[in-house]
Design a protein around this ligand. Structure first.
Ligand code: C2E
Ligand code: MG
Ligand code: MG
Length: 616
C-alpha cells in the first residue's frame, strides 16, 4: 500500500490502538490478580506497554519527517509489524486465560478474542495485508478452542466463529474494495486512466519536501499538444478523446521507471521524474525522455477512419538546489512550454536562469507599469504621415513609457504586459484622451490634418464600456469635423475573436464618425474574406515588408499585391517604416496613398510636431 492518504489513516489509528490496549489491559491485571495469575498478566501488560511505546515512536516518526518514498516503505513495514504485534498480544492473553481452569476467565478470553477481531476488521480496513492475517490469527485459535471442548455446543460455537470470521473478512474486503474504487476515481482521470491533477499536485508536494530533506533532484515535463483544438473542433470531441487516449498510451511507453505520468486536463500532460542524486544525470534524462516523447508522439494515429498527426511542445523544469514549491515548478515548466510554442512548436525547452531573469523583469515591469499613470510617466509622441507629394497629411499617436526606475521602455514591451494584466483599459483611455486633447489643441493652432491615428488594442476594443468611453471622450474634446479625422488602428488579431462581435463594435464606433485601419497588415491572420466583411477604411503595410523592399523580390510581390487588393476594395494604404528614398520611390510608382517612417520623420513630441508642421 503506497497511498499517502491510506498511510496517514493507518498512522492515525496507532494511538487509538494504544488506548484500546493500555486501558482495557489494566482490567486483565486485575482479573489475573483475582485468579492468582497476576505475575503472567503483569508480564503480558509489560509487553503491551513496550509494543505501545514502539508504536508511539512509529507514530512520531511519520509526523516529524518528510519521508521519501523509500523511507515511507520502511516506515510502512514497521507499522505492519506493530499491528501484527499488538494483535498477537491480544491472542496471547486469550491463550493465557483459556489455559486456566476457571470458566469465567474463558468467557472473558472468548469475548476478548471476538472484540479484538472486530477492532482489526474495522480499524485496518484500508489494508488487506493487515486486516486479513490479523482476523485469521485471532479467530482460528478460537475455533480450535471450541472444537477441543469436544461437546456438541463446542462444535456449534466453532461453526459460529468460522462464520463470524468469514463475515468480518467479507465485510472488510467489501469496504476495502469500495474505498479503493473511490480512491481510484478521486485520483485518476476517467478518460485516459492516468493520474489526475489532484493526485499529481499532492504527490509533487510531498516529493518536493522529501527532495529537500534528501537534497535530491528531479525533473518535470509539461507536455501540451499542438493545435489539438483544431482536431477537436473539426472532427468532434469523440475523435479528440480517442486521440488523447492514444497519446496517453504513447507517453506511457517512454516514461521511465518510478516516474509519474498524469493528465493535468485538456491536452496537457505531465511527467514527474524519479529522484536523482546528481543534477547532470537528472537533466540528461529529462532531455532524453522529452525528446523520445516528442518523436514518439509524431507517428500517425488511426482513429476510426481518420489518420491523424499531432506534435507537442514540451516545457521542462528542474528542481535545483534551493527549495522550490510545486506551484513554482509547474509555472516554470509552463513558461518553458510557452517558449517552445513561440519557437514554432514541436520542441523541448528547459527552463533556465535567463528565463528566470526575464520573468523577474516582467514581474517588475508589471508592478511598475501599474503606477506609471499616477507617476505621470506615460506620454505620447506623434509620427507624421505624408502623401505622395511629401506633404504632412496625418499623424499616428505612439505611446511612450519613461519609467523613473527602469528608463525608457518600448511599447512593444509594455503594451503586451498591459494587455495581459488588463491595465490596457486604463492606459488606453488615458492615451485616447491625451490624443483627442492634442488634436483639439492643434486644430486651434491652425494645424489641419486629414487624419489622426490612435492604436487600439484588442482587449481595449472588447471592453464592455469601450463604445461608451469613446462616445464620452468625443463629446468632451472633439467636434464632429474632428471626429471624422480619427482613425483607430487595430491589428489582425481581432479576427481570432468572435468576428460578428468585432463587426458590431466597429459599426457602433463608425457611427461616431471614426474610421478603422488594419495595422501591421500581412503579419497576422489576414484573410480576404474577413477583410471584405470588416468595416475597414485603411490598411497599413507592416514595416517588415518595406524594410527589404528594394532587395527582396517576394517582399515586392507582397507589397504589390496588397496595393492591388486595396485598390479593389477601395481602401487607402499607409506604408509603415519607410526609411529610404529608394523605398519611397518604389512605393510612389506603385501608387501607395500614404507614407510614414524615419525617412520623413521620427515620432515627435507634441510641440516638436507643431514646429515640424509649420516648417514644412
Ligand atoms: P505600430 O502601431 O505599427 O507603430 C509603428 C511603429 O513603427 C512605432 O514603433 C514607430 O516608432 C515605428 N517606426 C515608425 N517609422 C519607422 C521606421 O522608419 N523604421 C523603423 N524601424 N520603425 C519605425 P513604436 O512606437 O515602438 O510602437 C511599437 C508598437 O507598439 C506599435 O506598432 C503599436 O503596435 C504599439 N503601440 C504604440 N503605441 C501604442 C498605443 O498607444 N496603444 C496601443 N494599443 N499600442 C501602441
Ligand atoms: Mg499603429
Ligand atoms: Mg504597424
Amino acid at each position: 500500500m503506497n497511498d499517502n492518504s491510506f498511510n496517514s489513516y493507518l498512522h492515525k489509528q496507532i494511538p487509538v490502538m494504544m488506548v484500546l490496549s493500555l486501558f482495557p489491559g489494566l482490567a486483565y491485571i486485575f482479573l489475573g490478580w483475582i485468579h492468582g495469575i497476576q505475575f503472567r498478566a503483569l508480564i503480558w501488560y509489560g509487553l503491551v506497554l513496550m509494543v505501545s511505546l514502539w508504536g508511539y515512536s512509529i507514530y512520531k516518526e511519520y509526523l516529524a519527517n518528510d519521508l521519501s518514498s523509500a523511507q515511507i516503505k520502511i516506515w510502512y513495514r514497521k507499522l505492519s509489524w506493530f499491528y501484527y504485534a499488538i494483535f498477537f498480544l491480544w491472542l496471547l492473553i486469550f491463550l493465557l486465560f483459556i489455559s486456566e481452569k476457571q470458566f469465567n476467565l474463558h468467557y472473558i478470553a472468548i469475548f476478548t478474542e471476538i472484540g479484538a477481531s472486530v477492532v482489526a476488521s474495522t480499524l485496518l480496513v484500508p489494508d488487506k495485508k493487515l486486516f486479513k492475517p490479523n482476523i485469521i490469527m485471532l479467530m482460528v485459535p478460537l475455533m480450535i478452542y471450541f472444537i477441543v471442548l469436544d461437546e456438541w455446543y463446542g462444535y456449534v460455537l466453532s461453526v459460529f466463529s468460522a462464520t463470524l470470521a468469514w463475515v468480518l473478512i467479507y465485510s472488510s474486503t467489501s469496504s476495502h474494495k469500495l474505498l479503493m474504487r473511490t480512491n481510484y476515481q478521486a485520483n485518476h482521470d476517467s478518460l485516459t486512466g492516468l493520474h489526475n491533477r489532484y493526485y499529481f499536485i499532492n504527490f509533487l508536494q510531498s516529493m518536493l519536501s522529501s527532495l529537500q530533506a534528501s537534497r535530491g533532484y528531479t525533473y518535470l515535463l509539461l507536455i501540451d499538444l499542438d493545435h489539438f483544438k483544431t482536431i477537436n473542433d473539426s472532427l468532434g470531441h469523440d475523435i479528440g478523446d480517442r486521440l488523447l487516449q492514444d497519446v496517453a498510451a504513447r507517453i506511457k511507453k517512454y516514461q521511465q521507471k518510478n516516474s509519474l505520468l498524469a493528465r493535468l486536463g485538456g491536452d496537457e500532460f505531465v511527467v514527474l521524474g524519479s529522484e536523482y542524486s546528481s543534477k547532470d544525470s537528472c537533466k540528461q534524462d529529462a532531455q532524453a525522455v522529452a525528446n523520445q516523447i516528442l518523436v514518439g508522439l509524431k507517428d500517425s494515429y488511426t482513429v476510426e477512419l481518420h489518420k491523424l498527426y499531432i506534435s507537442a511542445s514540451i516545457g521542462v523544469s528542474l528542481v535545483a538546489e534551493e527549495y522550490i514549491d510545486a506551484g513554482r515548478l509547474i509555472k516554470e515548466a509552463d513558461i518553458a512550454m510557452y517558449e517552445a510554442k513561440e519557437n514554432g512548436r514541436d520542441g523541448v525547452i528547459i527552463f533556465d536562469d535567463d528565463m528566470a531573469v526575464r520573468i523577474e523583469l516582467n514581474l517588475e515591469l508589471e508592478r511598475l507599469l501599474h503606477f506609471s499613470l499616477e507617476n505621470d510617466e506615460i506620454n505620447l509622441l506623434y509620427q507624421p504621415q505624408f502623401d505622395e507629394h511629401q506633404q504632412i497629411t496625418g499623424a499616428e499617436a505612439l505611446a511612450r513609457w519613461n519609467s523613473k526606475k527602469l528608463g525608457n521602455i518600448s511599447p512593444d514591451v509594455f503594451i503586451p504586459i498591459a494587455e495581459q494584466t488588463g491595465f490596457i483599459i486604463e492606459l488606453g483611455r488615458y492615451i485616447m484622451e491625451t490624443a483627442f486633447r492634442t488634436l483639439g489643441s492643434w486644430d486651434k493652432q491652425g494645424i489641419s490634418l486629414a487624419q489622426f491615428s490612435i492604436n487600439v488594442s484588442m482587449r481595449q476594443l472588447f471592453y464592455y464600456d469601450f463604445v461608451d468611453d469613446v462616445k464620452l471622450l468625443c463629446e468632451e474634446y472633439l467636434t464632429q469635423e474632428m471626429r471624422e479625422k480619427i482613425i483607430f488602428e487595430v491589428t489582425e488579431s481581432i479576427i481570432a475573436e468572435d468576428v460578428e462581435k468585432v463587426i458590431h463594435i466597429m459599426e457602433q464606433i463608425k457611427q461616431l464618425g471614426i474610421r478603422f485601419s488594419m495595422d501591421d497588415f500581412g503579419t497576422g491572420y489576414s484573410s480576404l474574406s474577413y477583410l471584405k466583411r470588416l468595416p475597414i477604411d485603411e490598411i497599413k503595410i507592416d514595416r517588415s515588408f518595406i524594410a527589404d523592399l528594394n532587395n527582396v523580390a517576394s517582399d515586392q510581390i507582397m507589397v504589390n499585391s496588397i496595393l492591388n487588393m486595396a485598390r479593389q476594395f477601395n481602401l487607402s494604404v499607409v506604408a509603415e517604416g519607410v526609411e529610404s528614398s529608394d523605398q519611397f520611390n518604389y512605393l510612389q510608382t506603385h501608387h501607395c496613398s500614404l507614407y510614414q517612417g524615419f525617412y520623413f520623420s521620427r515620432p515627435l513630441a507634441e510641440q516638436q510636431f507643431v514646429d515640424f508642421y509649420k516648417k514644412t
